[in-house]
Design a protein around this ligand. Structure first.
Ligand SMILES: Cc1cc2nc3c(=O)[nH]c(=O)nc-3n(C[C@H](O)[C@H](O)[C@H](O)COP(=O)(O)OP(=O)(O)OC[C@H]3O[C@@H](n4cnc5c(N)ncnc54)[C@H](O)[C@@H]3O)c2cc1C
Length: 466
């Protein structure tokens, strides 16, 4: 399993060029720590922030904490994503209902919905300058068959007594769906509260706050190996700049977790995706309608693009999975974020003109395009908790391209576990997480890999439509 590529492409978000990009709090690597966090994305930074600030508010000393980041700060998925913070309020509900029953299906929806408000509260409390906006997400279906099947399932679940959030608004009339969403050829639309954010700015703020509280951040320091120390139960974290001996380790390395803990091979799989920024050039006198919402354009059950609108009028759009899915090497198990997936740039060219009414003459064009590596989990749920059989190793990873409305709560719950020395995350506390997220032996041993079956589904659906 591969480590992060040493020379990734840059992304629009990384253009914020934070002072922390190459930060090393101390010139040399500390040799000991209470906690080592591996990864400086949203997961690792939120964990550091909670460790540092909760210790302070609880009047306990912040454990000596070192964050090790393989590349520049926040240069993994968090610095390269679509900036879309969108709870899954309905789309996966039927599958969750089937797999886990109605109570857990509801837990999953409630957790993600609450995350939106928790992120908002954090941004407000910390006054984080990160372009956070609370908007509505429009899920727009451009294929009648897919729309019918999703809406029918939605009705069936309701008739069985399942309650979707009151916030979910359904538009079934194609004319209204197109008029309200602005998406050409819309057949149906569902909308609900969501958000958008400049993820890199949010995360670097959390890191800066953690450093103020005593956390030591070391960038461009890839962890090569983690070895158990039988004599005192501590762990030796090996890097090319020296070793750190630590009592506890938080793995926030998402797609790359299996490189250090092979039990995650086929459990958290690196999956490459592409995102771009589109804007109308200045000085041409051309304009385009400002989109007040965020979007997912759903073309069939498997394929969708997602986009956010920024206050400068530009659009950040990700997806284009139709360019990759049939060629498994382009995406599955691929950690090369130094290159795009072939054909994606072509796909996003004149994207807004093709998809949205009112953009036809806008001259909107791609200003930035980049790739990033997601950590897809074999059952699409993140793994959060203690690593079975390895006391002192804690994991929060495997967000399956959908981390923004999940990570804050997962890092918070994990930090509580780290601090309490408890056995597992108590689901019934204020900071509980949905049961399917828990890292258990059973999940690690399960050989099912939904990612491959998803790919097979997509391929056969594509062929049957040709
Ligand atoms: C192209 C793309 C688009 C996406 N769009 C969205 C979206 O719009 N909305 C959404 O909700 N989610 C989206 N996601 C998913 C989201 O970005 C992730 O779920 C989230 O950022 C994961 O955060 P993380 O901190 O767990 O992982 P990451 O941000 O990937 O951080 C992991 C860090 O660990 C470091 N690391 C790994 N191995 C080592 C090692 N051995 N030593 C030291 N450091 C190491 C990496 O360099 C990296 O910085 C997208 C992802 C991608 C790639």
């Amino acid at each position: 399993m591969a480590f992060p590529h040493p020379q990734p492409m840059t992304s629009y978000w990384l253009s914020a060029a934070a002072d922390l990009a190459n930060h090393r709090t101390t010139e040399s690597l500390p040799t000991e720590a209470d906690v080592v966090i591996i990864g400086s994305g949203f997961s690792g930074s939120a964990a550091a922030y909670f460790l540092a600030t909760q210790s302070r508010t609880g009047n306990v000393k912040c454990p000596s904490t070192v964050i090790l980041e393989a590349r520049q700060v926040c240069s993994g998925a968090t610095g390269r994503n679509g900036g879309h913070m969108k709870p899954d309020t309905y789309y996966s509900a039927a599958e969750a209902y089937r797999n886990y029953g109605p109570k857990v299906a509801d837990e999953l929806i409630q957790f993600e919905t609450q995350q939106m408000f928790d992120v908002k509260r954090l941004v407000d409390a910390e006054r984080i300058d990160c372009d956070f906006e609370m908007t509505r997400a429009f899920d727009v279906f451009t294929d009648q068959q897919t729309a019918d099947s999703v809406l029918q399932t939605h009705e069936e679940m309701k008739s069985k007594g399942f309650s979707f959030p009151d916030d979910l608004h359904v538009i079934t009339d194609p004319k209204r769906a197109e008029q309200i969403s602005g998406v050409r050829g819309a057949k149906a639309a569902l909308s609900f509260t969501a958000g958008s954010v400049w993820p890199y700015k949010m995360v670097t703020h959390l890191l800066r706050r953690s450093i103020e509280e005593g956390v030591n951040l070391q960038t461009t320091t890839p962890v090569q190996q983690i070895l158990g120390n039988k004599a005192d139960g501590r762990w030796t974290v090996k890097t090319n700049r020296g070793n750190i001996v630590a009592k506890k380790i938080i793995m926030a390395s998402n797609a790359y977790t299996a490189a250090l803990f092979p039990e995650f091979k086929e459990k958290i799989v690196p999956v490459r995706g592409v995102v771009c920024r589109i804007s109308v050039p200045e000085g041409t006198g051309k304009r385009a309608p400002h989109l007040n919402n965020t979007y997912a354009l759903r073309f069939n059950p498997e394929h969708f693009d997602y986009l956010i609108s920024r206050s400068d009028g530009s659009i950040v759009v990700g997806g284009a999975d139709r360019c990759a899915v049939e060629k498994q090497d382009y995406w599955y198990g691929n950690t090369d974020d130094s290159q795009l997936i072939p054909e994606t740039e072509k796909y996003f060219t004149r994207y807004m003109q093709r998809m949205f009414n009112g953009w036809e003459d806008s001259k909107a064009h791609i200003t930035d395009i980049w790739s990033g590596i997601m950590g897809w989990s074999s059952d699409s749920m993140p793994f959060v908790g203690k690593l079975p059989g390895k006391p002192g190793i804690f994991i929060t990873a495997g967000f399956t391209g959908h981390g923004m409305p999940r990570i804050l709560g997962c890092s918070k719950a994990l930090v509580e576990l780290v601090q309490s020395d408890g056995e597992t995350i108590d689901m019934n506390t204020k900071n509980g997480i949905p049961t399917p997220y828990l890292l258990t032996e059973a999940r690690l041993e399960d050989k099912t890999n939904n990612i491959i079956s998803y790919a097979r589904n997509v391929t056969s659906n594509l062929k049957s439509r040709l």
